[in-house]
Design a protein around this ligand. Sequence first.
Ligand code: ATP
Length: 368
Amino acid sequence: MAEIELRHVDKHFGPVHVIRDVNLTVKDKEFVVFLGPSGCGKTTTLRAIAGLEEIDTGDILLDGKPIQDLRAADRDIAFVFQNYALYPHFTVYENLAFPLRAVGTGRDAIDTTVRSVGKSLGITHLLNARPSALSGGDMQRVAIGRALVRRPKALLLDEPIGSLDAKLRETMRVELKRLHFENGSTSIYVTHDQVEAMSLADRIVVMNDGILQQVGTPTEVYLHPANLFVAQFIGSPVMNIAPTRVSQADGKARIELESASFELPPELLGMLEQKKATGDLSLGVRPEGVLVSHDDQPGYRAAEAHLIQPYGGFDIVDLRIGTKTLRARTTSGYVGKVGDRVFTRIAPSQAHFFDTKSGASLDIRLGD
Ligand code: ATP
């Protein structure tokens, strides 16, 4: 059992307010990913949990017991760094054995553990090699293995595969997921790569400027972003965001984006009223929510293809509707060439409305 809790954690580095009143519970066996842009405080928060960084105020609890005053070595939490930090003169076997020797584990128990961890990481054949002879992926496997040998209560990983090439990162992502599935240790993983976060996390913690923006499953943060920051940070290509005005027209809700206007179900008007949305609004719609048709159907607007980016399995097409450009996702080759005339509408269930000033989502959920 290992539940990690942060209560009102705050930290400055000189004048820089790095962690701002962070409250979070990571449940037993959960895999939580801290995601955010460079400098938002992910690593500092992780290091604070490990005891590698002091906090100014607040509490850090492991299984309900405050640990913020304990030394890192006494917290029973393992940390995996991006730069591996292996002992270069030791073999892989000795690197894996080191944390066990340091606490006086017997030879036979060390041998059993090192071989079992080596097997689960697929590095048995490398046990006699030195780090200099290993590839980046294998070095990171050893670094993770070294963190696992002591069976820590929790495992913290700071961009552990960030320095590997794209293909190897993909392989390692799958391995990390399998490893977590087998080990089940409570894990916190730091990355600025949203694909990594989406594919690995039970829950994602989106951070910006030392503040938790949203905590939710990958599906929650993707489908229901809490604010404009999360909406634009998660998803590639990014969500279309534009200032909008909403009015009633012909029994429908009409949304205006510059000179373009679209229809949405009339329920939108009542929902906006209920949310007391009186300030400026922004509409957000992901490219897959911008529907494209060759035919002029009711509710569709004429548009011109302005740019086509083939992604293999699908295309991303920039559509010009009057002065407005919207990015749509279509099946591969659906729009033949730049300049083609097509028709488009916004899928109601994919329309997000935000208060432009505060950035907060109005959490309006329309049906299609
Ligand atoms: P990255 O992905 O680039 O590592 P991050 O989100 O992990 O970014 P942190 O490394 O936690 O962010 O840094 C948060 C802020 O604290 C940054 O402005 C950074 O410059 C600052 N900072 C980090 N460590 C120190 C330190 N030891 N002394 C002073 N400032 C620091």
